[in-house]
Design a protein around this ligand. Structure first.
Ligand code: 5GP
Length: 179
């Protein structure tokens, strides 16, 4: 697995510092609000687990699964809901937890959907932001780190469902795509 990585973009140590910083900020901003944290599966898993442990106020956890990529390395722009929340967001302060924002289509669609379902407020926290990939106007509220226009894997992010368990964010060697 590690030998397929050409370059490490965000190290384990940096990820730890990011989750600590974001966790502290969210604890302050949501004090007294009992937020509902909604993780977008499968990519959010490592980030969500580490982040919620750094948030020091009462919160609820829920998940949704949406798909935008179809196994490749380019976004299709389509968003399908594959697994939905099993609680109401009516009057809730929702914090969507995402691994990466690229085109912005996923988050812009989910944000509109949850507002339509009656959420009181919606903020988005993302580990990675790739603003160069935007096709819709979307600015995440909390950003771990901004990265260049590269396809990355690790810490939840996959290539054909693999590499999610790398403890850092990296770029694959080009020959991995032609295997
Ligand atoms: P968006 O709707 O912003 O284009 O896409 C968000 C989703 O696209 C992410 O949750 C992730 O699944 C996928 N994605 C976007 N950029 C990358 C990337 O560099 N690497 C991987 N593995 N997935 C990405």
């Amino acid at each position: 697995m590690h030998q397929d990585i050409q370059e490490i973009l965000v190290s384990e140590k940096e990820i730890k510092e990011i989750t600590q910083r974001l966790g502290r900020q969210l604890s302050v901003d949501y004090e007294g609000k009992r937020p509902l944290f909604v993780g977008l599966l499968n990519g959010c898993i490592p980030f969500m687990s580490e982040l919620v442990l750094k948030v020091d106020i009462p919160l609820e956890i829920q998940f949704m699964a949406v798909s935008s990529y179809h196994g490749g390395i380019k976004s299709s722009g389509d968003v399908n809901i594959k697994y939905d929340l099993n609680t109401s967001v009516q009057d809730r302060d929702v914090v969507i937890v995402e691994d990466i924002v690229d085109t912005g289509s996923t988050l812009s669609t989910i944000t509109k959907l949850l507002l339509h379902r009656g959420a009181k407020s919606i903020k988005v926290v993302t580990l990675l932001d790739k603003p160069s990939g935007r096709v819709v106007d979307f600015i995440p509220d909390y950003i771990g780190v901004t990265i260049p226009p590269k396809f990355v894997v690790g810490y939840g992010l996959d290539y054909n469902e693999f590499y999610r368990n790398l403890p850092y964010i990296g770029v694959l060697k080009p020959d991995v795509y032609t295997k």
